[in-house]
Ligand binder design. Structure first.
Ligand code: SAJ
Length: 434
């Protein structure tokens, strides 16, 4: 009996006395936060990532993340980072996988990052380790894609497996340790070990009854947002046709102290979670003979919202007969305010579509990484301009992402035509809210 439990007791002891080494695979916005939080508790960590440039910066104490200071990154100074030297996985007692889970062109789940990395680390996984997946994915992934690929182990006995959804929200004012963490386990002992680990870095841990419950919880959290944002975006289009201000309606509805949470219309939904997650559930539900119609339509409405926004911007500018070749300035390309992330961003889609029409389109965004090669490819010949000097040169200014850093007084004063897609500003003349 003792033999069967020796791995469990050994790992339990090491996690409890903070001797367990935590490996983080994928040092993105989720992984970096875990490294910082474990470091804060003097728990030894190892970071693995394929991005050598990013790791070199981290080792030099330079933050690759606009919302994390260099000073904070320097706290990781004697941190070990490896660019895919996966043999060092065997130095870890816990391995937390924080890899991207995008969708393919056909909107099917793309788990290639997890599958390919697992293939590389598999031979270095050893008895007595706890493996935790944090990536957002459909129910069944941890068991099927990870568990079923580690058959040489006795899961729950000599190898432990857990799923714990990431709740990292870059730029959020809520401190990491105050965000409850959901965790789970392939077996009871897996749950116990995972809960013990996360209790080192967050105040409260909720243990789900299964891996699938924990995976589904994350999808509910994010699809709830997708559906509610889709609702207000659809209502926005209806209200505009009825000459009703949707933002006033939301404000009035928000006076109800129960049964209503406010969401706000925008130019469409961006990011790595909200536009993507519904497709993970839609795809998985089909495997169980279920058609998630409502979820699918909400995602479609959010996509339609960006197309509707583009059409209306073009219409407003074309109506204005001042000059032939209209010059348009897009304010904010990140997918939401005060961060640099441009994934699935409405701003990029609007810039690209207007550029394909007869407009000259430039942008201003203080957060995006202008040297990022993907970013340069996405914006093409559009220039990132200093609005304080150049705003008057544009026939139309469109506020797409309402970063706090913008000088809104100046924007209101000097924009010829001003379009606001975020209900952030107002003026009487030559002003349109979409
Ligand atoms: N958006 C709207 N109207 C809204 C809220 C958001 O148009 O009322 C747009 C945003 O502009 C953005 C997109 O939707 O383009 C997604 O916004 P988001 O606030 O949901 O931000 P995300 O994608 O960063 O979502 C994350 C999620 N966190 C994690 O997955 C760990 C989500 O669960 C959080 O609730 C959300 O942050 C948050 O609270 O901001």
């Amino acid at each position: 009996m003792v033999n069967k439990k020796k791995y469990f007791y050994n790992l339990y002891k090491n996690i409890k006395n903070k001797k367990a080494v935590v490996g983080v695979v994928g040092v993105g916005y989720v992984g970096i936060q875990l490294l910082l939080q474990f470091k804060k508790k003097n728990i030894k960590t190892i970071g693995f990532d394929r991005d050598k440039i990013k790791l070199d910066k981290l080792i030099k104490g330079i933050s690759p993340f606009s919302y994390i200071s260099d000073k904070k990154i320097r706290s990781l100074k004697n941190q070990s980072f490896y660019t895919e030297k996966y043999e060092n996985i065997s130095l870890c007692d816990v391995i937390i996988i924080c890899l991207p889970t995008p969708i393919k062109k056909n909107t099917k789940p793309d788990l290639s990052a997890i599958e390919n990395t697992l293939k590389k680390i598999k031979k270095f996984i050893k008895k007595g380790q706890l493996i935790i997946l944090e990536s957002t994915t459909y129910p069944g992934t941890t068991r099927d894609i990870i568990g079923n690929n580690l058959k040489k182990f006795k899961l729950g006995e000599d190898l432990f497996l857990s799923y714990s959804p990431e709740r990292e929200n870059p730029g959020s004012a809520v401190p990491f340790n105050k965000v409850n963490k959901i965790t789970s386990g392939y077996s009871k002992n897996c749950s116990i070990l995972s809960e013990l680990l996360y209790k080192k870095i967050v105040n409260s841990v909720e243990v789900a009854g299964s891996l699938e419950e924990a995976e589904m919880t994350k999808l509910l959290e994010n699809i709830y947002r997708s559906v509610n944002i889709g609702l207000v975006n659809e209502l926005k289009m209806i209200c505009l046709a009825m000459k009703i201000d949707i933002n006033k309606i939301i404000k009035l509805a928000s006076t109800k102290p129960f049964g209503f949470s406010a969401f706000y219309p925008g130019p469409g939904v961006g990011g790595h979670c909200i536009p993507i997650d519904p497709y993970y559930l839609y795809w998985r539900a089909k495997k169980f003979g279920q058609e998630a119609k409502f979820i699918k339509i909400a995602g479609e409405i959010n996509i339609k919202t960006t197309q509707w926004t583009i059409k209306n911007i073009a219409k407003i500018i074309s109506k204005n007969k001042t000059t032939k070749r209209k010059k348009v300035l897009i304010l904010g390309l990140a997918y939401k305010k005060n961060i640099e992330d441009i994934r699935e961003s409405a701003g990029i889609k609007i810039l690209q579509s207007l550029s394909k029409m007869k407009f000259v389109v430039d942008f201003s965004d203080p957060h995006v990484d202008r040297n990022d090669s993907l970013f340069k490819k996405l914006v093409g010949r559009s220039k990132n301009i200093d609005i304080n000097k150049n705003i008057k040169n544009y026939d139309c200014v469109v506020l797409v992402t309402d970063h706090d850093a913008f000088n809104y007084k100046m924007i209101i004063k000097f924009s010829k035509i001003l379009i606001d897609t975020r209900n952030r500003i107002y003026r009487k003349d030559n002003f349109f809210r979409l």
